[in-house]
Design a protein around this ligand. Structure first.
Ligand code: GLN
Length: 195
């Protein structure tokens, strides 16, 4: 049974720990480089990516995260976590850092004011059993993707909201806030296959 960390600097850590446990992993919070070194995979939660970026620098985690992800550590980012896994972001703060790893451009707070939060049924490539309930909270979208990045889900208007690139997975929405663990099960499978 794989050990999967949840980056616990900021954000909805508890919800991801619970979803990972339900999906069959041993789930542990990760705050320190020594804890990062112990995990087989990592979830980067939803929250506020500017704060997460700042805390990653303060806690000395940014470079260790970049190194492990670049070395092939499976990682899954939801919402703010998607922003953290993007090679490039739009509408970020000037000093905002990302871990990177997925060749894509992600726009923060992309859905705008009147649609800041909404729910939508999302059909995801590789996940059977019908669409998942996508909870979007001041969510980013994927503005463009590089050649190695596979689009897994779009909204009805074509907006890209889930991608995969090798061992890296990202969603604009928050499956950890629903009772549906299929996205976490997909990630646990990715970790098993990688290990
Ligand atoms: N708007 C947040 C950000 O830019 C993301 C929101 C979320 O994770 N629910 O980081």
């Amino acid at each position: 049974i794989p050990t999967i960390g949840v980056l616990a600097l900021q954000g909805d850590v508890r919800e991801h720990l619970a979803a990972l446990t339900a999906a069959g992993a041993r789930a542990v919070p990760v705050r320190r480089p020594a804890e990062l070194a112990e995990v087989d995979g990592l979830v980067i939660p939803g929250g506020e990516s500017t704060t997460m970026s700042k805390l990653a620098v303060i806690f000395g985690m940014l470079e260790p995260l970049r190194e492990r992800v670049a070395a092939g550590l499976p990682a899954y980012g939801s919402c703010a976590g998607m922003i953290m896994l993007a090679d490039k972001i739009l509408d970020g703060r000037d000093d905002q850092e990302t871990i990177g790893g997925i060749d894509m451009i992600v726009r923060r707070n992309a859905f705008g004011r009147q649609n800041e939060s909404f729910e939508a049924a999302v059909e995801i490539t590789g996940i059977g059993g019908g669409p998942v309930e996508g909870v979007f909270i001041r969510a980013p979208w994927v503005e463009s993707t590089g050649e190695r990045t596979e689009v897994l889900a779009r909204l009805d208007d074509g907006t890209v909201v889930a991608v995969r690139s090798g061992n890296l997975l990202a969603t604009s929405f928050h499956p950890e806030l629903t009772g549906d663990h299929r996205v976490h099960e997909l990630f646990v499978d990715m970790v098993r296959t990688a290990g």
